[in-house]
Design a binder for this molecule. Structure first.
Ligand code: NAD
Length: 228
């Protein structure tokens, strides 16, 4: 029984569910995902694991309500059980040997950037996090990022919280100021990841992005062949 033990709305369209799944909680690594079904006749939804607590036996997923499947998932309450919750699936993000990393999260992509920042912090890596949102009402995971980041920069496009501007602005300033990152890891909308890559290319900093938005499903049709 994959019971929902906690549910909170992080912003008007993004919901966090903490689900009882002790075996997944014990094994999951950052970058891995689960495939879930809310009810027996629901569509299968692949979601990256946002956090896990092996002691409590729980796994956290964070999702944006975008269609019928996520709307149905969003209708479940604490105490309800998910019909399926399969994982951990996929290959973990490769983080070994990193000593100083800039983690860049954009919007709901921060839900995937967070477990990466957390793991790097646990490994003793210096973590600088830049998180960008359109406006203050969309900000998620601020306290969680602060807890695992040596430096945390919050950006909003309209300047309603943190600093005004998009994530590439402070990223370029930090790199130009001599912060020598082993790697930049960027997770967010495709356009954000494109401009992060163009920014870091100028300084020859290795950059990893998450191609989840082009993934077809979680059953082997990854869509990676569409990448150039
Ligand atoms: P959004 O459009 O609100 O953008 C979030 C932030 O990205 C902005 O505040 C800004 O700081 C940055 N950004 C956007 N355009 C930029 C540009 N041209 N240059 C530099 N920075 C820029 O994002 P959202 O609506 O919260 O997120 C939804 C998107 O995130 C969807 O497209 C979804 O596919 C994607 N997403 C990606 C992943 C992933 O793994 N890459 C995971 C979840 C969601």
């Amino acid at each position: 029984m994959f019971t929902i033990v906690e549910r909170s709305e992080l912003n008007p369209t993004v919901t966090k569910l903490v689900v009882k799944a002790p075996l997944i909680a014990k094994k999951a690594q950052p970058g891995q995902f689960v495939i879930l079904r809310a009810c027996a006749d629901s569509e299968r939804i692949p979601l990256t694991i946002a956090d896990q607590d092996p002691a409590a036996g729980t796994v956290t997923v964070i999702f944006q309500v975008v269609g019928a499947g996520t709307m149905q998932l969003n209708g479940l309450a604490v105490g309800d059980a998910l019909h399926d919750f399969v994982g951990p699936l996929g290959r973990p993000t490769e983080l070994e040997g990193l000593k100083k990393v800039a983690v860049v999260g954009g919007g709901v992509g921060c839900a995937i950037a967070y477990p990466v920042a957390k793991k790097l912090h646990e490994m003793g890596c210096v973590v600088h996090t830049i998180a960008g949102f359109r406006s203050q009402d969309l900000v998620i995971l601020e306290d969680e990022f602060k807890a695992v980041s040596d430096r945390f920069i919050l950006m909003t496009d309209d300047g309603s919280r943190g600093e005004k501007g998009v994530v590439t602005k402070p990223l370029e300033e930090l790199i130009a100021a001599g912060e020598g990152y082993d790697e930049v890891i960027a997770i967010g909308p495709l356009v954000m990841m494109k401009f992060v890559s163009l920014t870091t290319k100028k300084y020859n900093v290795k950059t990893i992005v998450s191609m989840n938005p082009i993934m077809i499903d979680g059953t082997g049709m990854c869509g990676g062949c569409r990448l150039t």
